[in-house]
Write a protein that binds this ligand. Structure first.
Ligand code: NAD
Ligand code: ZN
Length: 278
């Protein structure tokens, strides 16, 4: 299934103890039953209007209709809570165990499946935040707080319950809390999203594996360009041809087409023996 030259390219890329970084997007969790943002599952209806994630996942919408935004996140949190990590998430845990401190996982996903599979919190950068946390909606402090216990399960049509709204408050000042996620009208930063750390890791990366991401967002593009500019190689895993796959191949890497639950375990099996070298 893997190209013949992959191991020799990966061996050279990792020479001198350079790092291995994996960048994941919504596609890695698709086989766990969590929809990506494309397709009808992404839409959200408010009254007679249909919203796309780019409309509803915004600070502007939270200021205007906080209850609607929370309902959407509570529905997504319920879907994620029922999902189980798949073979791709588990393969990355094996890769982390083999490469230790040369390994970094940069994830755009907010679903918590990497942690539940066993990825180490110290080696995982949540560059878009996580549904397992919330923070003050008024920014009284930058602290993040664990998601409160006792919030109910939500379906698409569930209205926000008063009892849940009362739980979704900042423990410091009592203002309505917000999900700890990077919204479409906000910018990356180090304090909440480890932006600088992700770029520093990228600059020292010999081999970057991108998985299930359409390449539409800003930081992933930055990471990929930094890796390529510093002489690293990229392996892209996706069910369809995409920007990252093209950039990988143009720069001497690979575009592996297939489901991440099938491709990643095979790729990780091939890469683990390289961990002792370099
Ligand atoms: P995206 O929805 O833009 O793209 C998903 C990509 O995954 C596509 O390129 C698609 O071809 C690919 N894909 C689908 N199924 C796959 C499979 N089985 N194996 C391999 N590839 C597969 O996702 P994105 O690039 O991550 O950007 C969307 C934004 O929305 C990100 O911020 C993301 O974190 C967020 N989001 C997160 C979740 C989650 O946490 N699970 C779900 C939806 C969206
Ligand atoms: Zn507060």
């Amino acid at each position: 299934m893997l190209p013949d030259t992959l191991i020799s390219v990966a061996t050279r890329a990792l020479a001198g103890g350079r790092g291995i970084t994996v960048l994941t997007g919504a596609g890695i969790s698709a086989e766990s039953g969590i929809p990506t943002f494309r397709g009808p599952e992404g839409y959200w209806q408010v009254g007679s209007r249909n919203y796309k994630p780019e409309d509803i996942g915004t600070l502007a919408m939270f200021r205007r209709e906080p209850d609607e935004v929370w309902r959407w996140y509570l529905f997504r949190r319920t879907v994620c809570g029922k999902a189980r990590p798949n073979r791709a998430h588990l393969a990355l845990v094996a890769l982390e165990q083999a490469f230790g401190d040369r390994f970094t996982l940069v994830t755009q996903n907010v679903d918590g499946l990497h942690e539940r599979a066993g990825s180490g919190p110290g080696r995982t950068l949540h560059v878009h935040g996580s549904l397992d946390y919330m923070r003050c909606g008024e920014d009284c402090t930058p602290e993040i707080h664990a998601f409160p216990e006792g919030v109910g399960a939500y379906r698409r049509e569930t209205e926000l319950a008063d009892a849940d709204r009362a739980l979704l408050v900042c423990p410091r000042c009592g203002a309505l809390a917000r999900p700890h996620v990077l919204w479409f009208d906000e910018s990356y930063d180090e304090a909440h999203y480890r932006f600088d750390t992700a770029l520093r890791v990228a600059a020292g990366t010999g081999l970057l594996i991108t998985v299930g991401t359409s390449g539409a967002t800003n930081l992933p593009n930055h990471v990929l360009n930094l890796v390529i500019r510093s002489g690293g190689k990229v392996i892209d895993v996706n069910v369809e041809p995409n920007l990252f796959g093209r950039m990988a191949t143009v720069n001497g890497g690979f575009s592996l087409l297939g489901r991440s639950g099938e491709v990643l375990p095979a790729l990780v099996d091939a890469l683990v023996p390289l961990a002792g070298h370099g």
